[in-house]
Design a protein around this ligand. Sequence first.
Ligand SMILES: [Zn+2]
Length: 189
Amino acid sequence: MKKIHWEEMRRTEFEEFAKANAVVIIPVASTEQHGNHLPVNTDMNCCYAIAQRAAQSINEFPVLVLPPIWMGFSPQHMIFPGAITLKHRTFVEVLTQVAAGVHAHGFKKILILNGHGGNTDIVDSLRVKLTHEDGIPTVTYTYWEMPTVAEEMKRISQTDEGSIGHAGEMETSLQLYLQPELVDIGSAV
Ligand SMILES: [Zn+2]
């Protein structure tokens, strides 16, 4: 297994990765309810797993993955137990400072990989702010909007919108694969 985790690197290794023009992935998600059957770390677990597996499988260039940002923008979930949200401005500032830190150490290719629907608009607009206002060129992606994932969701969706929804089939399936011991499938509705 390659070394891909930012937090496991030594000082000298960062210099090597920056010189090699590594891509740095910043996973960002949420801690919030996911129905009665999934744990509140569902978004973080899915997003972080995808980031790590992508980094492990890419051999053409080096990729580093930051620890996932577990707090997102989830005020709409606060009526349910377990949700923790940041204020809009705090969320923007946290992401800005993390990206600025990565950039300050010589990394020029930064990908913010989002795993929570409530973050999508903020993360998309943040890309514009970081790139054009802060001088930190950034790419942002919400993982289920990647072309092949979006197509597959449309294909298996039972709805006209082509979405399989929050705590729906896709997230349940991913959690049954990634951390089945935390899923209570009997209480899925
Ligand atoms: Zn989710």
